[in-house]
Design a protein around this ligand. Structure first.
Ligand SMILES: NC(=O)c1ccc[n+]([C@@H]2O[C@H](COP(=O)([O-])OP(=O)(O)OC[C@H]3O[C@@H](n4cnc5c(N)ncnc54)[C@H](OP(=O)(O)O)[C@@H]3O)[C@@H](O)[C@H]2O)c1
Length: 235
């Protein structure tokens, strides 16, 4: 990696939207660190991008493992000395269609651990690297289920985790505004991945487009926003 090349880190990058975001960021000339909890799958994904001539490497990361997050941040500091882009993409969807009165507590906690605390703790660990360079682009992969304006019943654990992620986005964006670190959240739509299933109308590439756009915003671009298809979305 050369010293001027921007460095991006993507969570849940072994498959689905995360892998496609990694590919598109690397195609734009960034060096991408793919992370995943399964080392074999993550390394294979990074090797696949590298085989296409893209700048990609792999680091293991389960976003629910606080010690691993701290070790990863120290390693990125030591090996690269910078971080320009963070995509909080890793997510679980464990309570589809289940009533808030029926979903078990362990499922609610696990959902919050991955979808909210994972993004919170990883971002807190990595922001010092961005602050040091007075540059950063953080993209949180949320969902239409994180919109309050159309909030209805069922799938409560997932919806609440994405609402929390959206609130975190606004809070962090405000606190990081003066450091030229932009924090935005987005709804990828219903996407053909393991999570979205084979009948979803959108491809991972279509979903990745807005994420990559937010990850590469110019200095006068938006921060603290919620987007879908590159346009502001209703909170
Ligand atoms: N697909 C859709 O229709 C849709 C709609 C709205 C929002 N989203 C959001 O888009 C994001 C990506 O989802 P996707 O559609 O690409 O689904 P996916 O194919 O199921 O991918 C989810 C990714 O998250 C990873 N992950 C789960 N728990 C993790 C943990 N503890 N630590 C690290 N990684 C973990 C998975 O890793 P493993 O392979 O190890 O399980 C996988 O790489 C999610 O945040 C999701 O909520 C998706």
């Amino acid at each position: 990696m050369n010293t001027t090349q921007r460095l991006a880190l993507v969570t849940g990058a072994n498959r689905g939207i995360g892998l496609e975001v990694s590919r598109q960021l690397a195609r734009q000339g960034l060096h991408v660190i793919l992370t995943s909890r399964d080392e074999g799958q993550g390394q294979q994904a990074a090797d696949g991008l590298a085989a296409d001539g893209l700048a990609a490497s792999y680091l293991p990361l389960d976003v629910t493992d606080g010690q691993r997050i701290e070790r990863l941040a120290a390693l990125v500091q030591r090996e690269y000395g910078r971080l320009d882009v963070l995509v909080n993409n890793a997510g679980v969807y464990l309570d589809e269609g289940v009533s808030i009165f029926a979903v078990d507590e362990a499922t609610i906690r696990e959902t919050m651990e991955v979808n909210f605390f994972g993004a919170l703790l990883l971002t807190r660990a990595l922001v010092p690297l961005m602050r040091a360079n007075r540059y950063g682009r953080i993209v949180n992969v949320s969902s239409g289920y994180g919109s309050m304006h159309e909030m209805g019943g069922y799938t409560g654990a997932y919806k609440i985790s994405k609402v929390a992620l959206n609130a975190m986005t606004r809070i962090m964006a405000d606190e990081l505004r003066r450091d030229n670190i932009k924090v935005n959240t987005m709804n990828p739509g219903w996407v053909r991945t393991a999570m979205g299933g084979p009948h979803a109308p959108r491809s991972p590439a279509e979903a990745a487009d807005t994420i990559v756009w937010l990850a590469t915003l110019p200095n006068d671009g938006p921060t603290g926003g919620f987007f879908a298809d590159r346009r502001p979305a209703m909170w």
